[in-house]
Design a protein around this ligand. Structure first.
Ligand code: PLP
Length: 408
């Protein structure tokens, strides 16, 4: 769990003052730190880092990734187009749309972006449309992992990727259309907290890769977790060298392909700890058995607690030294799954206080909805220099209504 410094707490309070709530605030320095930590622990490998932009596609976040030399894992035409318009070079973008349509296949290919294909039928239609091309294939190596069953993206019951048992069929299609399989990909799940599991998954795709003679890269996906709870340890990156980097180096040395590089594509690891969701405490209500602190945000802005039962630490920014009391910290949405924390000790919450929901920089804003016709939160960017920018305003009631009315 992120521990805010006194100066970060002051900055967050001044953001709430200046821009109101609900507001997502992102600290650039945290993202830059996470990128360099990963680069450092994977050093020595022929490496490419992509950013899984589904985690957070705010413009300043994307620009930071671009500046740091990262590529992009894009999963929809809009993600892809947005990344290109922000200046990511086509050869640093991989298009991994799930259940891709013909239209999406042509959209990406016409822009020169490589496809990452997860179905045999799509490989077949790609071969028919673009014989002689290069392509990446997403495998399902049957090892899945993650913080919740909903985020496990490999294994017998997962819809993602082509099962490794069907590799012969991949070769058959590739041969018929003279496709060159230049990349293999897998992503086994999200929020993985131990290096052994990460390596286990990587080793499955490495084993599967032996029959692919023209590989230029193996993309081992994202999934690196971050600690959300106060008592949770971080991913042990001190063992990366021994458990991941050295075995990968050996694998590359032994593989028949020349110039093989290893790609990782994290989302959460880069951005989760950079983000704080600010909300205003509108009401404090004594129920019969619970005290409810009702805020002006909710599951429409951060769905992870409702969707996965995820823990996010909640701090009272405006009364940090208040005596701890136990609350259900809830939102203003008409659902009983609308909560940030249940039965949680927080420094006394009073009506008018500002809370910070921590580690909310990944799968927060990008999963926001306008349910109940409430606007998305504003977004604020804190540069490493300390400069503060409103990168995206909230919508007014008039704008929300105009959106809903459309052309009527
Ligand atoms: C294909 C793919 N790559 C990478 C990621 C990023 O995962 P994480 O944020 O856990 O690193 C995801 C997340 O769902 C994904 O689907």
């Amino acid at each position: 769990m992120t521990i805010l410094t006194p100066s970060q707490r002051e900055t967050l309070l001044s953001c709430a003052d200046q821009f109101g709530t609900p507001t997502y605030v992102y600290f650039e320095e945290t993202i830059v730190r996470q990128i360099s930590t990963l680069k450092e622990h994977l050093s020595g490998l022929p490496l490419r880092l992509l950013y899984a932009m589904k985690a957070n596609h705010a413009v300043p976040v994307m620009k930071t990734m671009l500046r740091e030399g990262l590529g992009i894992d894009a999963v929809s035409p809009a993600e892809l187009e947005y990344a290109l318009q922000l200046g990511f070079p086509v050869d640093r973008v991989l298009f991994s749309a799930n259940n891709m349509t013909d239209g999406e296949m042509h959209f990406a290919t016409k822009r020169g972006v490589m496809l990452n294909v997860g179905e045999l039928s799509r490989l077949e239609s790609f071969g028919q449309a673009y014989p002689g091309s290069s392509v990446c294939v997403r495998l399902n190596g049957q090892v899945g992992a993650g913080h919740h069953e909903h985020v496990i993206t490999a294994g017998d019951k997962s819809k993602f990727g082509i099962p490794v048992e069907q590799i012969d069929a991949i070769h058959d299609i590739a041969n018929r259309y003279e496709l060159t399989i230049v990349g293999l990909h897998q992503h086994i799940g999200s929020g993985i907290m131990d290096t052994e599991t990460l390596w286990q998954a990587i080793s499955v795709i490495l084993d599967a890769s032996v029959s692919f003679k023209d590989l230029r890269f193996i993309n081992v996906g994202g999934g690196l977790g971050i600690p959300y709870r106060p008592d949770e340890s971080s991913l042990d990156m001190s063992s990366f060298d021994r458990l991941i980097v050295e075995p990968l180096k050996q694998f590359i040395a032994d593989h028949p392909s020349e110039d093989l590089s290893i790609w990782f594509e994290p989302g959460r690891f880069f951005t989760a700890q950079s983000g704080v969701l600010l909300a205003h405490v509108n009401t404090v209500k004594e129920g019969t058995v619970r005290t409810f602190a009702g805020t002006d945000s909710g599951m429409n802005h951060l769905v992870r607690p409702a969707m996965y039962g995820s823990y996010h630490h909640v701090v009272n920014l405006s009364n940090p030294d208040g005596p701890e009391k136990t609350y259900d910290v809830v939102g203003n949405i008409c659902e009983s799954s609308d909560f940030f924390a249940k039965d949680r000790a927080v420094a006394e919450l009073r009506e008018g206080d500002i809370i910070g929901v921590l580690d909310a920089g990944a799968y927060g804003m990008s999963m926001t909805t306008t349910y109940n016709m409430r606007s998305e939160p504003a977004e604020v960017w804190i540069e490493s220099s300390g400069d503060i920018h409103l990168s995206r305003p909230r919508k007014s009631v008039d704008e929300m209504v105009a959106d809903a009315l459309g052309s009527h």
